[in-house]
Design a protein. Structure first.
Length: 264
């Protein structure tokens, strides 16, 4: 399966990402390469990242991590308005670190455009605990979208729902810290967390926004409605007119998330 947005640029970019992975890893080191995120949750939108997950057999070397970073800087869009290339989020995990599943698992490598400036300064992603892998693996299993290798169900174990909840709750403080600099993505991600905790379903970002908008008090709807419209390409990215409402909206959604988080 390919990304559901089948424009030529996206297909070519996906092929370039797979080509880079094959160049950096020996063939027998790759268990599988999988799409996840928006590509398998309703289709890519104008502001969607291209999310790719690599399951490897062995730990990466510093040279491999540097080669991945350098290669992705060249083929990943930086989010500039009007740019044809999509931002790429590439995550690598070693199969033995996530199967059998244990929380929190080790993330071997993760590239994301929010850290482009750090990469350009010479920093390279290092292995570290990756609670977010709980959600990522769940999306990979649900999406069943291999780019290389077998169906993900033959490679990955299901993640207990409780660990998905733990991972989502653990990520909220970091999200709030990025509210001013990555407003749209933070608002939509908070909406997805609330939706998943309440329903047990992982929806697309715009689908989660639809669910949350039906449950928000009127004074908190304009902020999320704007984030959804920008994500779908229906409006330009601007927040000046809604800036006083952004933090109160986020605080309201976080309260709902906390209410649904066990043990909070």
């Amino acid at each position: 399966m390919r990304a559901e947005a089948t424009d030529g640029v996206t297909v070519t970019q996906t092929d370039d990402v797979v080509r880079l992975i094959r160049e950096v890893f020996d063939a027998d080191d790759i268990v599988g390469v999988y799409l996840h995120g928006s590509a398998v949750l309703g289709g890519l939108r104008p502001h969607s990242d291209l999310d790719v997950f690599v399951v490897a057999r062995r730990r990466t070397t510093a040279g491999q991590r540097q080669a991945l970073t350098d290669g992705l800087l060249a083929i990943s869009g930086d989010g500039t308005p009007g740019e044809a290339l999509r931002p790429v989020e590439l995550t690598v995990a070693v199969q033995d670190d996530i199967r059998p599943w244990a929380y929190p698992p080790r993330c071997e490598f993760q590239y994301g455009e929010w850290l482009r400036d750090a990469y350009l300064r010479g920093e390279t992603p290092e292995p570290e605990p990756g609670p977010d892998l709980a959600l990522l693996v769940t999306m990979v299993l649900r999406g069943r979208a291999p780019l290389v290798g077998p169906e993900p169900g033959h490679v990955l174990d299901p993640v207990p729902p409780g660990d998905v909840v733990r991972a989502m709750a653990a990520g909220v403080p970091e999200l709030l810290a990025e509210l001013d600099t990555d407003t749209r993505n933070v608002l939509l991600t908070l909406a997805r967390i609330w939706t998943t905790l309440a329903t047990g379903d992982i929806k697309s970002k715009d689908g989660a926004a639809d669910w949350v908008l039906e449950r928000l008090p009127a004074e908190h709807r304009p902020v999320l409605a704007r984030a959804r419209a920008v994500y779908l390409g229906d409006e330009e990215e601007r927040w000046e007119d809604l800036l006083p409402q952004v933090k109160p909206h986020a605080q309201y959604v976080v309260q709902e998330i906390e209410r649904l988080t066990p043990g909070h």
